[in-house]
Design a protein around this ligand. Structure first.
Ligand SMILES: Nc1ncnc2c1ncn2[C@@H]1O[C@H](COP(=O)(O)OP(=O)(O)OP(=O)(O)O)[C@@H](O)[C@H]1O
Length: 313
């Protein structure tokens, strides 16, 4: 479990993280979401003791990072996949990490197997693709068999196959009962990966909830309706307070539940060909909730769109 309380980090005039409090529970994947520059990496670095908070604190399993006797056995992290000596083999890199953390050498082959790199264990890590480097980084994070895992933007730059592998792997780690905390600004990917979300903007907490609640709270719910008798349904819906807008061979009604629309249709002898509730996407929810804390709207939408397009291929 990770618990942050009043976590604050100031770099000169920049307040990178501002009085941030949240908790991350074991047994599920928690997404750490926020636009570029929101303070995600800074927060992760403070969790890992790589940066000291200006004020506030963060604890892992009740302890501060600096008080952990063997940190790699409690928390593993993937912050930068390219953080590896280019001329070392994957196995040599992990063996060096294991040795410096008093982890038995046999664990190296175990983690290589877990991430599917056994067949290239003797190859130079400098020649690895980004996807293979990510796997190697994850193997390093798993060396100490830690309860808590942190991943900073793990799918950035990966192809759809690599993205899918990471997503499944995170679910597996959570199913094993670990605490998995993963930062991203790729909204659609987080919708598929995380069951819980900590959302920040400009260093401050915007929301902590399940992904479902986050989407339901923000996205405007509406109902798509197709009917040969729209001329009769339209006034009935409007009289009852619904808003009706033409759309794609039918109408979209908002401000009214589908049950109520069905009842109105029956009362007015209206035949329905379609009555389908539409739920909003994480993108819509994010844009609506983060509002003016999103500094770079265009970049954010483009990134989300890229992943949607990539996963559709
Ligand atoms: N070492 C540093 N010195 C000065 N300012 C910093 C430093 N690290 C981060 N910042 C600033 O703190 C703010 C938060 O940055 P951070 O990298 O934590 O955000 P982020 O949410 O991880 O963004 P991204 O998604 O772009 O990686 C930004 O304004 C950034 O410029």
């Amino acid at each position: 479990m990770i618990e942050a309380q009043g976590l604050t980090k100031r770099y000169g005039r920049t307040l990178a993280v501002n009085n941030l409090s949240f908790s991350v529970e074991p047994g599920q994947v928690t997404g750490f979401l926020g636009p570029n520059g929101a303070g995600k990496s800074t927060t992760m670095r403070m969790i890992l003791g790589l940066d000291n908070p200006t004020s506030g604190q963060v604890r892992i399993g009740g302890k501060r990072y600096h008080d952990l006797k063997q940190p790699l056995r409690t928390v593993g992290a993937l912050l930068d996949a390219k953080w590896v000596h280019p001329n070392r083999s994957a196995r040599a890199h992990l063996a060096w990490m294991a040795k410096s953390n008093k982890i038995p050498a046999r664990r190296v082959d175990e983690v290589l197997d877990i991430v599917g790199l056994s067949s290239v264990a003797g190859k130079r890590a400098g020649g690895f693709s980004l996807g293979m480097s990510q796997r190697l980084g994850i193997a390093g994070a798993l060396l100490g068999d830690p309860e808590v895992l942190l991943f900073d933007e793990p799918v950035n730059g990966l192809d759809p196959e690599g993205i899918l592998w990471i997503r499944k792997f995170m679910h597996r780690l959570a199913d094993e009962g670990r605490t998995v905390f993963v930062s991203s600004h790729l909204l659609s990917e987080m919708a598929l990966t995380a069951s819980n979300l900590v959302v920040i903007g400009k260093g401050q907490l915007i929301s902590q909830s399940t992904t479902k609640q986050f989407v339901a709270r923000a996205a405007e719910n509406s109902v798509k309706v197709r009917s040969p008798h729209l001329d009769r349904l339209r006034p009935a819906v409007e009289r009852a307070g619904g808003t009706i807008v033409d759309s794609d061979g039918g109408v979209v009604i908002s401000g009214m539940e589908s049950d109520k629309i069905g009842e109105l249709a029956a009362e007015n002898g209206v035949v329905l060909h379609e009555l389908s509730p539409q739920t909003g996407s994480l993108e819509q929810a994010f844009m609506q909730i983060t509002g003016d804390s999103v500094e770079y709207h265009t970049g954010l939408e483009t990134e989300a769109q890229q992943v949607l397009e990539a996963s559709a291929k």
